[in-house]
Structure formats: structure tokens, C-alpha cells
Design a binder for this molecule. Structure first.
Ligand code: HEM
Length: 454
């Protein structure tokens, strides 16, 4: 194995650095199409350079698995993005340096197991059923699912996090306003930090007072909630985070980290879930055959209130949800960085290389997926699934930084889908395109009609 510079596979030659300047610039404006183009033009493992930074584009499941394994051994790390994310995410899981991260992850993991998240099923079902009932009554006019799902997922998350309904908060209007400001400005704030870095950013006036004020307001609000729950703990997620501790060492989370983790969960968990559900209803809204099969499966559930145990009977619905996550993974790419030289496949990758893993590219690779652009839930049915590498499909990431909220998200999405489709089916004839900011979303609202199920 060579131990010096990167050697590109003979039939997929290495990019001369100057030739990647144009595609790399386009990467900023049209990231997903550009990533796909870089891979289709230059190969499955491509080295480029942007503003002096070496970037390695990785898209094959075998290389992705190797990267995750090496990251687990500490040879790659996310620490290089720390400054970019710290304003909002502080030292929470999404951003903490390796040492803080591993202690926090160990403490929080037990609250997010498949069993543990079932504690939240009643809140999820209650909130989803209330919206489903309202929408069923609106059968005569077009509905905007984007607004409805955004409000619903926000209501569910606030109730789980705080143990109270958003309507019961005296500052609910202000809170919703600041959350919206953060959502709108986060992509620019984060993007500019990542692209320009703190050195260049000093000369570019992108700092938004509105954004910083909104982050301060949200953090102060969460601090106050933490103080209340330290006095009076409940069943909510903040109280559970307060009580979580490392038995071996007696370590519990300091209030500052608690605040950061609450903010991290808030922003990591909602956009991803909302956008997956939007793509799901968009795709099934346009594919009558799939929609009818899902409705038939959900109609077969026993009468009476829905519960998490019913979800094991929804194999076709789950397959359609996975197929949605394949086509439109809301977190479409991940980045990490080598902290020393590593070996990847038959190449040596130097220390300091930023590694970009694009699940969007992998999920659309025709070598891995037959007719990759087709919406075909059958690929995910157990009976039909061919042998497939575990990283041919990885919407929740992988390795040590895999999504802690995977079981939470799967439970919530299936309960929302089942609650809705018990009351109505949703049809749409609009056509939307992919819009990428931090998550992959439809470029305009998902509007359509509901057909009540009698
Ligand atoms: C469809 C829904 C979701 C998708 C597709 C998704 C996807 C992901 C992905 C790909 C990562 C890895 C990011 C990276 O490696 O840089 C991640 C991390 C994370 N997700 Fe999710 N997520 C979803 C829902 C949620 C929910 C509901 C929560 C919380 C309730 C959550 C909390 C987190 C956190 C805290 C991390 C950071 C984990 C760590 O680094 O230890 N996610 N998610």
C-alpha cells in the first residue's frame, strides 16, 4: 500500500485540481445535482479542492462503511465544524468535540431505544388524530399539508420535550416566531461559516442580529424550563435528561449541556421528520396504486385506538416510507475530516482531508438500484429485497454518529401516517422539485385534496 499521496484508480483518473473549481463552485448553489455530476463524471471516489481545502467525495457503500469504521476508531472527526455550529448547537450531540460527545451520547442513548420512545406514543397519536379529524372535515377544499405537518410535528415535539402543550405557554407566539427565524436563517448562517470559515467571515457581513437574538431567546426559555424541572420533575424529555446519569462514574449533565442538548434535539429532529412526511404524502398522493395498498393495509388494523404495537402489521406502509427516504433523504450528505493519514480502499488519504458522504448520490446509484428514479416501495418488502450492502441505504447515517432519534422518528412518522390514513387519503397533482438547504425539502408547499374514508 502506498503511503504518500492519493492515487486514483487507473480507469477513473484523479482530477487535476484546476478542473474541479467550476463543479466545486456549483456545489455551493446546486449541491445534490453537482455531487451526482462529480461522481458520474470522475468516478466513485473523487478528490477535489475548494479554497485550499482537500475534499474527498465518497459514494460506494464499501467505502462509506470503511469511513464510518475509521471514524469510530478516532481517525476521522467532526471537530472541524465546531465553530460553524456552536452558536446554535453549543456542545450538544450534533456539535460536541469527541470527548464530550461520547459521554453525552452514552447518557442519552437509553432515552432513545425502540422501547423507550414508546413512552411518547400517546402524545404522538393524540396530536396526529386531532389534526387528522380537522383535515377530514376540510375535504371540500384544497389543503396545505406543509403548514399542517410543520405545526403538528412542532406541537408533538414541544409536548414531549416540555411536558406541556404549546397552547399552554404564555409566550407561545413569541416562541414560534423565534423558532421560525432560526429555521429560516440557519442554512445561511451555517453555510457561510462552513464555506468562508471564521477567517474570511470577518470580511463578509453575514452575521444576523435577528438570528442571534432568536437563538438567545430560545436558549433563555429552555434554561428557565430546566430550572423549573429541576425543582419539579415530570415525565417530559427534559426531566429525563436531568435524571439521566452514568452509574459507574456518578456523572450527570450540567445545566449548560442540558440546554444545548434540548436545542440540538429540537433542530435535528423536526425538519427531517416534517420533510420526510411531506415527500411521503407527495409521492403517495401521486401514485394511486401505492396509496390504495397503504390504505387497505391500514384499514385492516383492529378498530379502536391506534398503538405502537399495530405498526408491525404495516409492512407495505413501512416499505413506502423507506422508499421515500431512499429517494429524498432529508439529511442528504454528511461530512467528516481525517485527523491523520488513512487508507481507504487502495488509496492513501492525507490528514486534513474533508470527506463528503452523500446518501443522496448512493441512494440514486444505478449500480445499486434498478431504475433508481422510480418510486417503488416493493424494493423494501422483506420478500422482494435482494442482498444489498447495509450502506446502500443509510438515511439515518451510520457508525458512531448515527441518528440517535431514528426509532423516535420511525415511530412518529408511522403513527402520523396511520392516524391520517385511517381518516382520509391524500391526492395531489402538483409537481415539485428538490430544494436543498440543510435538509432536502420540496421547493413549494404540498397542496392537495383529502378523500375521507367512511
Ligand atoms: C426522518 C427523520 C430523521 C432523519 C432522516 C435523521 C437523519 C440523521 C442523520 C443522517 C444523522 C447523522 C448526521 C451526521 O452524521 O452528521 C442524524 C444525527 C442526529 N439526529 Fe437525526 N434524523 C431524523 C430524526 C431525528 C429525530 C426525531 C431526532 C431527535 C428526537 C434526531 C436527533 C439527532 C441527533 C441528536 C443527531 C446527532 C447524533 C450524534 O452525532 O451523536 N434525529 N440524524
Amino acid at each position: 500500500m502506498a503511503n504518500s499521496t492519493l492515487q486514483i484508480h487507473p480507469e477513473k483518473p484523479s482530477l487535476p485540481e484546476h478542473s474541479v473549481i467550476m463543479p466545486m463552485a456549483q456545489l455551493i448553489w446546486r449541491p445534490l445535482a453537482t455531487l451526482a455530476r462529480i461522481h458520474s463524471k470522475y468516478g466513485e471516489l473523487v478528490l477535489g479542492r475548494l479554497f485550499g481545502r482537500k475534499i474527498l467525495f465518497v459514494s460506494t457503500p464499501e467505502h462509506i462503511e470503511q469511513i464510518f469504521n475509521l471514524e469510530g476508531k478516532g481517525l476521522l472527526s467532526r471537530d472541524f465544524l465546531y465553530d460553524a455550529k456552536k452558536v446554535l448547537f453549543g456542545d450538544g450531540l450534533v456539535n460536541s468535540g469527541s470527548e464530550v460527545w461520547s459521554r453525552q451520547r452514552r447518557l442519552m442513548q437509553p432515552l432513545f431505544t425502540k422501547e423507550a420512545v414508546k413512552n411518547y406514543e400517546l402524545i404522538m397519536i393524540e396530536e396526529a388524530a386531532a389534526v387528522a379529524n380537522q383535515l377530514k372535515k376540510a375535504a371540500d377544499s384544497p389543503i396545505n399539508l406543509t403548514t399542517e405537518l410543520k405545526n403538528l410535528i412542532q406541537r408533538i415535539f414541544i409536548r414531549i420535550l416540555l411536558g406541556k402543550s404549546v397552547d399552554s405557554l404564555s409566550n407561545s407566539a413569541e416562541l414560534i416566531k423565534v423558532i421560525e427565524i432560526i429555521r429560516q436563517e440557519l442554512p445561511v448562517q451555517l453555510g457561510s461559516e462552513i464555506i468562508f470559515g471564521s477567517r474570511l467571515k470577518r470580511f463578509i457581513p453575514l452575521k444576523s442580529r435577528r438570528y442571534h437574538a432568536a437563538v438567545d431567546y430560545l436558549k433563555a426559555f429552555i434554561r428557565q424550563e430546566i430550572a423549573e424541572k429541576q425543582e419539579n420533575p415530570g415525565q417530559d424529555l427534559i426531566s429525563q435528561l436531568i435524571q439521566s446519569g452514568d452509574r459507574a462514574t456518578g456523572y450527570t449533565m450540567p445545566a449548560e449541556l442540558l440546554q444545548d442538548e434540548a436545542v440540538n434535539l429540537f433542530f435535528a429532529g423536526q425538519e427531517t421528520t416534517i420533510n420526510t412526511l411531506l415527500w411521503f404524502f407527495y409521492l403517495t398522493g401521486k401514485h394511486a396504486e401505492v396509496r390504495n395498498k397503504i390504505a387497505a393495509e391500514i384499514r385492516q388494523l383492529p378498530d379502536g385506538p391506534l398503538n405502537a404495537a399495530h405498526l408491525s402489521q404495516l409492512s407495505y406502509t413501512k416499505a413506502a416510507l423507506n422508499e421515500t427516504l431512499r429517494l429524498y433523504p432529508p439529511t442528504s450528505a454528511l461530512s467528516t475530516q481525517t485527523v491523520q493519514d488513512i487508507e481507504l480502499g487502495s488509496y492513501n488519504i492525507p490528514k486534513g482531508t474533508t470527506v463528503l458522504l452523500s446518501m443522496h448520490t448512493t441512494h440514486h446509484n444505478p449500480r445499486l438500484w434498478d431504475k433508481p428514479e422510480e418510486f417503488n416501495p416493493n424494493r423494501f418488502l422483506e420478500t422482494a429485497t435482494p442482498e444489498r450492502h447495509k450502506y446502500a441505504f443509510f438515511p439515518f447515517g451510520g457508525g458512531v454518529h448515527n441518528c440517535i432519534g431514528k426509532h423516535f422518528a420511525e415511530l412518529e412518522m408511522l403513527l402520523v401516517i396511520a392516524s391520517f390514513i385511517r381518516e382520509f387519503t391524500f391526492e395531489t397533482d402538483i409537481t415539485v422539485k428538490e430544494a436543498f438547504s440543510i435538509t432536502l425539502k420540496p421547493d413549494r408547499p404540498i397542496v392537495g385534496r383529502v378523500e375521507p374514508i367512511s
